[in-house]
Write a protein that binds this ligand. Structure first.
Ligand code: APR
Length: 286
């Protein structure tokens, strides 16, 4: 049919195309953008998946709206809901997933330009990515500080408070509320986010994994990667606001989509490149 012909004519790249780019050595500066979807397999819920997402399970906190739990003005008045949730999210018992280790493998092969993550679980660090390769766009639990005098809080004291169900208070000024350096709605992103923005202009492949791309300014980073640089989305659901998988808006699509679980997509990508043993070993020894 004409529609089918049209589709075939504009058939864009696939995960096989991406594997070939990496295997052939053409892709040397790979950008990774990731979200909560890469940590669900580690037991950390994402935010928006129907039923299991964090935003669907906050009724007990009587919030005015779900995102209030990460809103800086709401937090200053009512820190309790965030700290109750922090107890579930605090990076202690979670192990990085196969996807985290694939990103580490890219780094070990010297073809990772940067990993921009929205996640606050620090699993990229635990999987062995060095600090200069990671941009935690929404901060993380790694540091905490006082909202009044900005003194850095002792991480052990914060952890004790989180698990002791107390609200951590500043040990310097004695009055301020202590908050992990997670980017709340209403706060600006870490300086590092802006320092590395140009990476998107120089990368030769973008892989977006496990995110709904609902939150700005992170989501619009995908548009900073200029055509014809290929962009691969690995996600349970497609995202049409940013990607043109069928080549409807442009002569030839440059966007590939792998629909499914991150770890399945990553395992397939690794197999196509010939890295399956290395990846499984890295995942096993951790
Ligand atoms: N494999 C593949 N995709 C998955 C998996 C999985 N195992 N688990 C979830 N997903 C997909 C979901 O279908 C969804 O499209 O990952 C995406 C997760 O989207 P969100 O829950 O919105 O998480 P994220 O995109 O990281 O949210 C961005 O929202 O509240 C803010 O600051 C918070 O950083 C967070 C930001």
């Amino acid at each position: 049919s004409a529609e089918q012909l049209f589709k075939d004519k504009n058939a864009g790249p696939t995960i096989e195309t991406v594997a070939e780019l990496i295997k052939s050595g053409k892709a040397k500066k790979i950008m990774i953008m990731c979200g909560a979807g890469i940590s669900t397999a580690a037991g950390i819920p994402d935010f928006r998946s129907p039923g299991t997402g964090i935003y669907n399970n906050l009724r007990k906190y009587n919030l005015p709206y779900p995102e209030a739990i990460f809103d800086i003005d709401y937090f200053k008045e009512n820190p309790e809901p965030f700290y109750a949730l922090a107890k579930e999210l605090y990076p202690t018992k979670f192990k990085p997933t196969l996807t985290h280790y694939f990103i580490t493998l890219l780094h070990r092969k010297n073809i990772l330009l940067r990993c921009f993550t929205q996640n606050i679980d620090t699993l990229e660090r635990i999987a062995g990515l060095p600090d200069d390769k990671i941009v935690e766009a929404h901060g993380s639990f790694a540091r905490s500080e006082c909202l009044h005098c900005y003194a850095e809080a002792d991480p052990d004291r914060v952890r004790e408070a989180v698990f002791g169900e107390e609200i951590p208070k500043c040990s310097s000024c004695k009055v301020g509320l202590v908050k992990p350096c997670i980017t709340f709605f209403g706060e600006c992103l870490p300086v590092k986010f802006f320092e590395y923005l140009d990476d998107f202009l120089y990368c030769d492949l973008l892989i977006v994994i496990g995110t709904s791309l609902q939150v700005q300014p992170f989501a619009s980073l995908v548009d900073r990667v200029e055509s014809p640089t290929i962009r691969l989305l690995i996600n349970r659901e497609p995202i049409y606001e940013y990607f043109d998988f069928e080549g409807i808006y442009s002569e030839i699509s440059r966007d590939a989509f792998y629909k499914g679980d991150c770890d399945d997509g990553i395992r397939k990508l690794a197999e196509l490149i010939g890295w399956q043993d290395e990846l499984e070993e890295l995942y096993t020894i951790g």
